[in-house]
Write a protein that binds this ligand. Structure first.
Ligand SMILES: NC(=O)c1ccc[n+]([C@@H]2O[C@H](COP(=O)([O-])OP(=O)(O)OC[C@H]3O[C@@H](n4cnc5c(N)ncnc54)[C@H](OP(=O)(O)O)[C@@H]3O)[C@@H](O)[C@H]2O)c1
Length: 258
């Protein structure tokens, strides 16, 4: 039996109150890591946060939540320093905070462009910049960037989103070139049609949803757990020899269903 053991590890998930980030937090805890997840403090997600924490703790896991805007570089730096001073390290960083808004190029203002690039790309940079010195000092680290299949097929409905997510690949390649030698493995995971609030808000009727799902060759939408499994695997010793990869989790949709 393949078992994923993250006991003794400290993980930070940027954007974990719901959806993929919550699923990743749950799986990292289940594998034994002490996991901290962040969110913006959006009151709409308070119940989800409380439920997530309760379920993890009932399961015997160790988890913390924190309000931290991933768009705030100074706040991120201060927050990470605080975690490291308490827990002595961060082994695993998952950059998950992100969202898209489907609209044509003509409707995107310059301000809008900057906002979406910041959320989907710069937030990862802020997290990485804050965590990297500790990972270098420990000569160990795992960085998992949550991209999007939009990078491969231009989907997702927005140019700013596709551009920002493609930028994560550049970040990953740079990090691998310089930091793999220092024990830090970075990979990008590209989800596609994972059944979360984000996607449900876009495909907001049963008809639209069924039409979307009918175009996925494996016959169902993905779940946060589908993404969480690969994140936990890569974060564990099973991922020691895997770096610089882009892993598409799309049930076959991107290649077989244009
Ligand atoms: N679902 C899919 O099919 C799919 C496909 C491709 C890529 N992705 C990517 O996967 C990631 C997660 O998507 P999802 O579907 O799980 O979305 P989601 O349900 O909207 O969840 C997004 C999470 O990010 C947090 N977040 C948003 N802005 C933040 C900020 N400024 N600072 C801190 N946290 C923030 C949200 O927390 P609060 O709102 O509580 O603050 C929430 O926990 C995103 O990067 C998305 O682009 C998803």
């Amino acid at each position: 039996m393949l078992s994923i053991d993250l006991s003794g590890k400290v993980a930070l998930v940027l954007g974990g109150s719901r959806g993929i980030g919550a699923g990743v937090t749950r799986e990292l805890c289940r594998a034994g890591s002490y996991t901290i997840f962040t969110h913006t403090g959006n009151p709409e997600n308070k119940e989800k946060i409380d439920t997530l924490i309760m379920e993890i703790k009932t399961d015997g896991g160790s988890v913390e939540e924190a309000k931290l805007d991933a768009l705030d570089p100074d706040g991120t730096d201060e927050f990470v320093k605080n975690v490291i001073s308490r827990l002595k390290k961060i082994d695993i960083l998952v950059c998950n905070a992100g969202r898209n808004a489907a609209r044509p190029v003509e409707d995107i203002t310059t301000e809008d462009w900057k906002k979406f690039i910041d959320l989907n790309l710069s937030s990862a940079f802020y997290g990485i910049k804050a965590v990297l010195p500790c990972m270098v000092e420990k000569n160990h680290g795992r960085i998992l960037l949550i991209g999007s299949s939009a990078v491969f097929d231009g989907g997702g409905g927005a140019i700013d989103y596709a551009a920002a997510k493609a930028g994560l690949t550049g970040i990953m390649k740079y990090l691998c070139r310089i930091y793999t030698k220092k024990g830090i493995n970075t990979n990008v995971i590209h989800p596609c049609v994972i059944a979360t609030d984000l996607v449900r808000e876009r495909y907001n009727s049963e008809e639209l949803w069924q039409k979307l799902v009918s175009r996925i060759p494996v016959g169902r939408a993905g779940t946060p757990k589908d993404i969480a499994g690969i994140v936990a695997y890569l974060a564990s010793s099973w991922g020691d020899y895997i770096c610089g990869q882009e892993i598409l989790l799309d049930g076959g949709r991107t290649m077989f269903n244009k």
